[in-house]
Design a protein around this ligand. Sequence first.
Ligand SMILES: C[S@@+](CC[C@H](N)C(=O)[O-])C[C@H]1O[C@@H](n2cnc3c(N)ncnc32)[C@H](O)[C@@H]1O
Length: 465
Amino acid sequence: MPTLHWIGKEKVINHHLDVPYRVLDHQYGFENGVKKSEATNSGNKIIHGDNLEALKSLLPEYEGKIKCIYIDPPYNTGNENWVYNDNVNDPKIKKWLGSIVGKEAEDLTRHDKWLCMMYPRLKLLHKLLADDGAIFISIDDNEQASLKLLMDEIFGCNNVISSLVWRRRASSQMSQNNISVDHEYIVTYFKSLNSKFRGIKKDYKNYSNPDKDSRGEWTLGDLTVGMTKDQRPNQYFDLVDPDTGRIFKPSQRRVWTFSPETMEVKILEKRVVFPKSNTGQPMMKRFISELKSDINPLSSWINSESYSVGLNSEGTKIIQHIFQDKVFDYPKPNSLIELLLSQVLESNDLVLDSFAGSGTTAHAVLNLNKQDGGNRKFILIEMEEYAQTITAERVKRVINGYGSAGSPQAEGTRGSFDYYELGPALFNDDNEINELVGVEKLRQYIYYTETKSTLSSSKGGIYIL
Ligand SMILES: C[S@@+](CC[C@H](N)C(=O)[O-])C[C@H]1O[C@@H](n2cnc3c(N)ncnc32)[C@H](O)[C@@H]1O
């Protein structure tokens, strides 16, 4: 299998093993529209901190238990003027790279830096994903090719599903070289190929039964196939309406679906519908009762026509509606994340988003739960200070309902979550137990390291370490 090499790779390849286990310090719970000091134990978590350490802290409780991961890491466009830094020049990440890669870090290109940043995080995400889980990663052309090779190495080249393509804007944008890149990718892998997507439920709105056919509701379908007269000479013939004697010819580039013999049977079975007027072609009755499956596969081409999935502008409008201000650049549209999550999550499953930004993933989970009364759960991780003022604040407003004079009120979804900061490490620099973390957390950590399973909390539902 081809593998990707870059400067600094050997320094990060096992780095996830050295990341300290830190405890998650509960800050507050949010339930029934009210902030409180006790934990809600809802299973919904927002964690403020670098995702490398936060992911490591989640391992004792969540290894192999996360059904779906959606991440939207910085695309490495080089743009540093957004509310987050869209390359790897954020001071925290710069410091981290300097300490892990050492002096070499000064020579890294932005692509080397991005790969060094992603590798150990993807290793931890792989551990956290359930055996029947799926991971979706939004990315654009800056790093798509590198990401694909990285994912092949960590998740296995056999487990790749696709790079889904999402249409992100409608109108084209001028560029120096006269190309408007209007799409992004969603690199998608399963943990193992035992998994599958739910697919898209077929829409039966075009089916009816005006002639009271005993086979039930039907719709008209094409009676031709995309083969030429030369490819299928047997299917290129005059088709005669037995009631009127009118003759119909297929096109030379699209012959009839059936041979003359089979067509005769279909006519006798009253499956062929001839046009009443002088225009139109014969069509085929297709019955719901005879469909092989009631789902269509998810298409890898995602846009507003295929799945009513919005553009970037939908995400921006939602943020504007919630905050009355454009507080975040390029949030993903809810409809995109809802589509992806609903392909994987059962109604009690858990999704993790470790590059949470404005919290679109939580919003999508709360919307899906509101629609069907489910109890899907989310864990969000966000490194910047706005974890509190944008990420968690958005989730609160979505739970409570939002809108103001001049913008329509969005009804609250209901729900709750707990907010955490990264706390002290379980071990100090001399590898001695840090007593400050408390007995309960140590007990859970030791249980996990010995058994690789989770010790349920004895009291108060402490869900960390
Ligand atoms: C592209 S934005 C995600 C946008 C999000 N999908 C939304 O719809 O709002 C990437 C986010 O990841 C955060 N981030 C980058 N590096 C991180 C790290 N090491 N740990 C946690 N968050 C990080 C950035 O601060 C930024 O908010």
